[in-house]
Design a binder for this molecule. Structure first.
Ligand SMILES: NC(=O)c1ccc[n+]([C@@H]2O[C@H](COP(=O)([O-])OP(=O)(O)OC[C@H]3O[C@@H](n4cnc5c(N)ncnc54)[C@H](OP(=O)(O)O)[C@@H]3O)[C@@H](O)[C@H]2O)c1
Length: 308
């Protein structure tokens, strides 16, 4: 297949590209900068220059492909106060891909998330599907949820669409997400913290296992599939804090809820959430089996702690 990948230079995309190429597919990656274009060329992909706001470019990329994996997201804009603008741009891109692929039977895979799907219990692929399921969300997160539902609905318009939900931690060497932030906070504060009794569960996947599932999705997911790239169903946050404390030689301690924002900064709103997720249905549907180290073992490898 020739697969058009947006966000191909990102944390997950840069694992998806070699996963596809090693399986014999051809990849065209969207790149908005010289650096991203060079990285894609080095990885063996062809490059289409443009941004996700260039809808004609997206149309051309999708038109020339046998399928699309959409991973680009304006995290730079989202994390500087523009989450709604980023989510709106993402919706326009997904709508554009839907228009091009309608009636073709070609696959269209987008990234979504499991965080907050079913707080306090194990979320499955069947959660979050009814139109009212985003009632607890607002603003940009609600828009992203609506984009996922729209993508699934493309199944009825002749698109082999699927939504691949990622857990909030997609870990591995080079990760700059939640885990790296948690390590940085522990180092800054001199204590590796958790909220409450730390028993709240945090799901995770290694980025190479996630990349493998993106390949399976574009190759064979039935139209309208929801997939969960979850390897660790839910690691207690206290266990995460303990590994971090051990590696940094710091005490491990409960942080009072009223100090959450002060201690964990922007992570304070997330780190106390109990949001485990299952991938049993995904494993059954596609035969996906994670083979990379789990979150605690990956943290134990030390690469999160040897960074400047
Ligand atoms: N990482 C996680 O733990 C996680 C968890 C849940 C969901 N997700 C979702 O999974 C997807 C991929 O995440 P990621 O972690 O790989 O993100 P990332 O590392 O931030 O990569 C984002 C990608 O989007 C591209 N991009 C950003 N703005 C763009 C624009 N205006 N035009 C064109 N391309 C643009 C970036 O290009 P440059 O290389 O040029 O910057 C990069 O390739 C996103 O939808 C994300 O929200 C990720």
């Amino acid at each position: 297949m020739r697969v058009f990948v947006t966000g191909a230079s990102g944390w997950i995309g840069s694992a998806v590209v070699p996963e596809l190429i090693d399986a014999g597919h051809q990849v065209t990656g969207l790149a908005r900068s010289d650096a991203s274009a060079a990285a894609l060329t080095t990885a063996g992909a062809e490059v289409l220059r443009g941004t996700i706001d260039d809808l004609d470019t997206l149309r051309a990329g999708a038109d020339a492909s046998d399928g699309v994996i959409h991973l680009a997201f304006k995290h730079d804009v989202a994390f500087s106060g523009g989450f709604q603008a980023a989510a709106d741009a993402d919706r326009r891109a997904a709508d554009t891909f839907g228009e091009v692929l309608a009636g073709s039977g070609r696959p269209f895979v987008i990234a979504s998330g499991t965080l907050g799907l079913a707080p306090g219990r194990v979320a499955t692929e069947r959660d979050g599907l009814d139109p009212g399921s985003a009632a607890h969300l607002s603003g940009g997160p609600q828009t992203r949820h609506a984009t996922a539902l729209m993508t699934l609905s493309l199944a009825s318009r002749g698109v082999r669409s699927s939504v691949l939900r990622l857990p909030p931690t997609v870990h591995g060497d080079g990760d700059h997400g939640f885990m790296a932030t948690l390590v940085g906070i522990a180092r800054d504060k001199g204590v590796s913290g958790y909220l409450g009794d730390g028993s709240n569960r945090w799901p995770a996947v290694h980025r190479f296992d996630a990349a493998h599932l993106f390949r399976l999705a574009v190759e064979q997911a039935p139209a309208g599939s929801v997939l969960h790239a979850v390897a660790d169903e839910g690691v207690p946050v206290r266990a995460i804090a303990e590994v971090i404390g051990r590696h940094l030689g710091l005490p491990v301690a409960a942080i009072a809820p009223e100090d959450a924002a002060g201690h964990f900064t922007w992570l304070g709103g997330f780190i106390g959430i109990d949001s485990p997720a299952s991938s049993a249905l995904t494993r059954e549907l596609l035969g996906w089996q994670p083979v990379q180290p789990g979150l605690l073992d990956d943290l134990d490898k030390g690469h999160y702690f040897h960074r400047p």
